[in-house]
Design a protein around this ligand. Sequence first.
Ligand SMILES: NC(=O)c1ccc[n+]([C@@H]2O[C@H](COP(=O)([O-])OP(=O)(O)OC[C@H]3O[C@@H](n4cnc5c(N)ncnc54)[C@H](O)[C@@H]3O)[C@@H](O)[C@H]2O)c1
Length: 364
Amino acid sequence: MSTKVWKVAIIGCGSFAGGQYLHRVKQMRHAELVAVCDILPERAQDYARRAGIDRWFASIDELLDGCEFDILMNATSIPAHHAINLKALTAGKHLFTQKPAGLTVAEVTAQIEAAAKAGVKANSAPVHAMRHANRMARKMIADGVIGRVTTIRCQVAHGGPEYFQYRDVDPSWFYGTDAGALYDMGVHGLDYVTGLLGPARAVACIAAVSEPRRMVRSGAFDGSIIESDKLPDNYLISLDFGGGCIGDVYTGYCQRATRLPLLEIYGTCGTISFVKEPNEARPHLEVYTDHPEWGIRGWTRPQDLLEPQREFFDGMCLQDLIDAIEQDRQPVLSMERQRHLVEIMTTIPECIRTGRTLPLATTF
Ligand SMILES: NC(=O)c1ccc[n+]([C@@H]2O[C@H](COP(=O)([O-])OP(=O)(O)OC[C@H]3O[C@@H](n4cnc5c(N)ncnc54)[C@H](O)[C@@H]3O)[C@@H](O)[C@H]2O)c1
């Protein structure tokens, strides 16, 4: 059993890392936060103060040159991910990266190859595959509880980053051509469905720019206008998983509220539904089984027979990485999974442009 304490640095001292990583690193087994970094030095300084550490840096180069650490957690804005990831991996650092790891399949492949060459591990958000409900649903599917799966339906959307979050950092970058609702939100829905059913074989999509102008609703940029017409903000994605199984993902920045379940899986003898009550932080599972041969049919809220999960939080991605390093195995949140998501997301614009269903080549 390793007793090494892994030294962690966070890059990207913005809204997300402040809530999900900064104070969570110390909750991970064998992890210690040693440095923080942001191109806005005052943000790095502020994070360092809040974490009670004295090492902060204003660029990835300064961090790599000036600090000894083992693991980089990259929570910068999307356009910065690939260059930072590649530098960290090439420098022999283990890496957790926010999604998407890169903007093309070639970029993620370059990161996978750099990690292999340096003998380090890498993993990537989203973290949904580690959630208890997802693990339970995967087990039920594998055990045949709902028969052969024919359909999966998922919706992951909100009203836009300017709409509902308190932000001190200008959110307009979310609407740039190298970011957008598909990469920011669609990736979650695609991660849910592929995490439950495995890689897809083909994709199709209808999308629209539904709200071309938006006003920031809170935070330091309250009242400022964002021209949000460069990329679609409203997507209906269809997927073919092969073997008679299809699915869809609704995503974007055009949903202020919903009463639909997050996700449903239909099988030949039942349904698994991810239901979220208004007062619940996370969805719970409800399962319909249809077994007339046993004389039973109906909905249950299944009891939890898997190892109970402590409180779930996004920073658990770090535990996945540390476990993978210590056990010398593939992380659950592997970069190959991430590459498949990036292939789907980079194929979608071509689907929209041509109106065609297009094949997918990557797998995991
Ligand atoms: N997994 C999730 O559920 C989830 C939720 C929200 C955001 N995110 C992701 O987290 C990341 C950050 O999102 P956010 O909402 O915190 O954004 P943000 O704009 O609040 O923070 C991004 C930070 O990165 C810094 N930065 C940008 N380029 C940099 C560079 N080259 N070097 C160092 N620092 C750099 C910015 O100065 C800023 O402080 C994004 O990739 C976003 O998609 C994930």
